[in-house]
Design a protein around this ligand. Structure first.
Ligand SMILES: [Zn+2]
Length: 166
């Protein structure tokens, strides 16, 4: 009779542990900071090529005229190489002569975010993908109409999805 009671207590105890574990997991999910992508440095290193990692995560700059898209004219959407978010349309692309793909506007104001960058003794405005925080390039105020802006972006940070393909 005494051993039966012990078995009963043991079963109740196990069920209790299971319930607590579920609660702990549920509250853990609420710590996500925003709806953006949060990945560890190790995860980015694994997913990106060495060049992509250097530009997107270490704010590097590809050498002028060496990127895939500075002279690209195929209609389509340029997506973030880090997370696939649509960032720039070929319709806003223009030939700036700088050796980097240049656009007078992003697909939407929500697609990118900007921050003042004072590195290398210059005062520039850095452009980042809002979704994953990846470094894209810089924006200058010497662009063409209608915005007067020039988004000077690294080809490495972009993946062109030609029109008609997804
Ligand atoms: Zn991104």
């Amino acid at each position: 009779m005494r051993s039966l009671t012990l078995v009963f207590l043991a079963v109740v105890g196990m069920a209790g542990c299971g319930g607590e574990r579920d609660l702990a997991m549920a509250s853990k999910g609420e710590h996500a900071m925003n709806d953006g992508i949060q990945k560890s440095d190790a995860e980015w290193r694994e997913e990106l090529t060495a060049e992509e990692y250097h530009v997107l995560r270490e704010k590097g700059t590809e050498r002028a005229f060496t990127g895939a898209y500075h002279d690209e004219k195929t209609p389509g959407v340029y997506k973030c190489a880090g997370c696939g978010e649509p960032l720039f349309s070929s319709e806003a692309k223009f030939d700036s002569g700088t050796g980097w793909p240049s656009y007078y506007q992003p697909v939407s104001d929500e697609a990118v975010m900007t921050e003042t960058d004072t590195s290398y003794g210059m005062r520039r405005t850095e452009v980042m993908c809002r979704k994953c925080g990846g470094h894209l390039g810089h924006v200058f105020e010497d662009g063409p109409k209608p915005t007067g802006l020039r988004y000077c972006i690294n080809s490495v940070s972009l993946d062109l999805a030609p029109k008609g393909e997804s």
